[in-house]
Design a protein around this ligand. Structure first.
Ligand code: NAI
Ligand code: AKG
Length: 528
């Protein structure tokens, strides 16, 4: 049997190459390639091990007919086009915990560096000055640290900050009250956090919800003299606004490990701004973390290529060989339903129930539940997958109920997902056509039949003549082609839902325009 070939395309601890060789793979370490150079060689490899420098785009994936698995030695996978990799059948894995402690420690180092202005004091002292009177720091003891994102890294930062006698508050829609109590922190909304925090530290992935979460407006309204640390992802903060507010004194200090564009241009507006310090995406750069993630990624990739084992995959469930063919379409359905209900529900979502009815009731429910939870939580975390979703849900105190009804309803098989929201329960349901093709059949109590795929637009409106024409015209004028069109309504003249699939993503501006059309109650762009 020929050995699987693996490329390590980013700088990684040498133990990774050793593990690949020991586990039966041929490995090449070729780092620093341009996208064009990578495209020219990627075709020969079955596996690709990366950190953050390699961007695995559509073009790279199209040039990689043999590629079966991509392993990210780290957490964030925003450098991989996961939907496209999935469409090509390429498994994407990460190493969700290997660098969390290290990154949390970097955030704490940034807090201390800001509090005592260590980089600037160091620079001037080494330049021959003795500027003892220019650096009046602050104590962190007794100060309030506001965490935006309290997952793996955020919760480690919380415990370290508590050791420094800081009071920790957090904004994280997925943090339950119980988990917050367990962590000894206070759960607050974002505005409260910004009005109370002396230091803010960001620990979320970059998603549509978190992009620009520290916008100019939010920074302007934050507690005067706030200090900000970002060791998560560039794009979470408005960098230009940050400079203006550092200059005005509204923000007393900012420490960035990550930038919207990396590496930042040499004339980046923040460079040289008083109170600003930065590091070149060093959050995960310790010997310990790099050994952890390199070993882990090499073990995971070789296990997959040599034995078919799946660990920490972001786009694939773990399954036995016999169950796989029967369960696969159910898992595709379940993930879509979880994703739909997650995209359409807001606020504190603490309870989710997954009901299986008819033929679905007799199947192994675990992978179906895992798939629902993975779809539901994907917008909150880069690290969630069908395997770890139930564990993460439990850890975060999400109450997950699984219910089986052996009876058969209108459909011979049905999966229903319900979340409890502050406005009451919200449920969506789907079936399999021909035991293979997932179809949505009900959304918030309204019957509708639709395939959930690609870019979609969801509209709730008052059922009235001429409405569909107005939506069609709006999309047509925006140059957006409609693929499929699905309608459902409670009763004639009552509340109706419209679900459209379109050929390109729908931007926020168009969503706002659609929301202004007469009769529209709610509009949401969806992605599957
Ligand atoms: N600077 C560096 O070198 C490193 C950076 N990272 C970044 O740190 C991020 C966090 O990593 P982990 O803690 O392991 O991830 P995680 O998935 O355990 O935690 C992320 C948390 O963010 C929360 N969240 C999601 N959307 C939110 C929103 N709109 N508002 C507030 N909170 C929200 C989630 O509920 C979750 O609790 C990663 O996504 C990665 O981008 C990770 C490792 C190293
Ligand atoms: O590999 C690195 O140095 C970056 C780590 C990181 O950003 C991540 O794991 O998300």
């Amino acid at each position: 049997m020929t050995k699987p070939k693996v490329l390590i395309s980013d700088k990684m601890d040498p133990n990774a190459a050793k593990i690949f060789a020991e586990r039966g793979c041929d490995v090449d370490v070729i780092t620093g390639k341009t996208p064009e150079e990578l495209k020219a060689i990627i075709g020969q490899y079955d596996g690709l091990a990366i950190r953050s420098a390699t961007k695995v785009t559509k073009e790279i994936l199209d040039a990689a007919p043999n590629l079966k698995v991509i392993g990210r030695a780290g957490i964030g996978v925003d450098n991989v086009d996961i939907p496209y990799a999935s469409s090509k059948g390429v498994v994407v894995m990460n190493t969700p915990f290997g660098n969390s402690i290290t990154t949390a420690e970097h955030a704490i180092a940034m807090i201390m560096a800001l509090a005592r202005q260590i980089p600037e004091a160091d620079r001037r002292t080494q330049a021959g000055e003795w500027p003892k009177n220019d650096f009046m720091g602050i104590e962190v003891t007794g100060k309030t640290l506001g965490l935006i994102g309290a997952g793996n890294i955020g919760s480690i930062v919380a415990s370290r900050a508590q050791g420094l006698k800081m009071k920790v508050i957090a904004y994280d829609p997925f943090l339950t009250e119980d988990r917050a109590i367990e962590m000894g922190i206070e759960k607050v909304d974002l505005d409260t956090l910004l009005s109370r925090a002396d230091f803010v530290s960001l620990h979320t992935p970059l998603t549509d919800q978190t992009r620009n979460i520290l916008s100019r407006e939010r920074l302007e309204n934050a507690k005067p003299g706030i200090r900000i640390v970002n060791c998560a992802r560039g794009g979470l903060i408005d960098e230009v606004a940050l400079k203006d507010l550092l200059l005005s004194g509204q923000v007393a200090g900012a420490a960035l490990d990550v930038f919207e564009k990396e590496p930042p241009a040499p004339d980046h507006p923040l460079f040289g701004t008083p109170g600003f310090i930065c590091t070149p995406h060093l959050g995960a750069s310790t010997t310990e973390a790099q050994v952890n993630v390199a070993l882990q990624v090499a073990e995971q990739i070789s296990d997959f290529l040599v034995n078919g084992g799946v660990t920490n995959a972001l786009n694939m469930p773990s399954l036995s060989a016999e169950e796989a063919p029967k369960l696969k379409p159910y898992m595709a359905l379940a993930e879509k339903l979880g994703s739909l209900v997650g995209q359409l529900s807001h606020g504190n979502l603490e309870k989710i129930s997954i009901e299986r009815e008819g033929a679905a009731a007799s199947l192994n429910g675990k992978p179906i539940t895992g798939a629902v939870l993975a779809g539901f939580m994907r917008r909150y975390s880069d690290s969630v997958n069908m395997v770890n979703a139930p564990y993460l849900a439990r850890e975060r105190g999400l109450d997950v109920r699984e219910v089986r009804h052996d009876r058969e309803g209108v459909y011979h098989t049905l999966v229903r997902v319900t979340v409890e929201t502050s406005q009451g329960p919200r449920s969506v349901a789907g079936t399999l056509f021909g035991d293979a093709a997932p179809r949505l059949v009900e959304i918030f109590g309204i019957g509708i039949e639709a395939d959930l795929a690609g870019h979609m637009l969801y509209i709730v409106n008052e059922d009235a003549p001429g409405f569909i024409g107005r939506i069609g015209t709006l999309l047509g004028q925006a140059g957006i082609n409609i693929g499929t069109f699905h309608l459902g309504r409670r009763q004639a003249g009552g509340e109706a839902v419209l679900l459209l699939s379109v050929d390109q993503p729908i931007n926020e501006e168009l969503v706002q325009q659609a929301a202004k059309i007469e009769g529209v109650k709610m509009v949401k762009a969806l992605e599957f």
